[in-house]
Write a protein that binds this ligand. Structure first.
Ligand SMILES: Cc1cc2nc3c(=O)[nH]c(=O)nc-3n(C[C@H](O)[C@H](O)[C@H](O)COP(=O)(O)O)c2cc1C
Length: 130
């Protein structure tokens, strides 16, 4: 098989939709979760909407978001990591989802509790455990 035909074959395979449970993804290009820390107060804003929408518009079929904190006091320490609870943060995510869908992509949140990593930060800052 020539380089051209194997590249064509790879492009064909990547462009096929797939279905998992009730979710149909338009192709096989997926984006791994990558922490950004661009959500002041834990609320995904217009910058976050634009960031994920650009990826979907560029052909990413399935986006897994950056880690998003669960509703627990020890989930994480950063105020810039988006939360996945609270009306303000969920309204921000709703806008992200709507725009990603309009751009043809699908998106799922990575739900995050930083665990041991938070323990190291706590020792450095001498904060009491929650
Ligand atoms: C800047 C950056 C931020 C990341 N943030 C997360 C994250 O929030 N959650 C997570 O599970 N993985 C995170 N990762 C790991 C990526 O999702 C991915 O697994 C990794 O980059 C894949 O690397 P590999 O192709 O070298 O295996 C991050 C990676 C990078 C480079």
């Amino acid at each position: 098989m020539s380089i051209t035909s194997s590249a064509e074959r790879a492009a064909q395979v990547l462009s096929r939709p797939f279905t998992v449970g009730g979710l149909t993804v338009p192709n096989r290009i997926a984006m791994a979760p990558m922490t950004r820390m661009f959500s002041p107060g834990g609320v995904p804003n217009a910058d976050v909407v634009a960031y994920y929408t650009r990826r979907a518009a560029a052909g990413v079929g399935l986006i897994i978001t950056e880690g998003t904190y669960v509703d627990h006091p020890s989930a994480g320490l950063s105020d810039s990591v988006p939360r996945f609870y609270g009306e303000d943060a969920l309204a921000g995510w709703a806008e992200v989802v709507q725009q990603v869908h309009l751009a043809g992509g699908r998106i799922a949140p990575q739900i995050w509790h930083v665990g041991v990593s938070r323990g190291r930060a706590r020792r450095r800052t001498r904060r009491r455990p929650c």
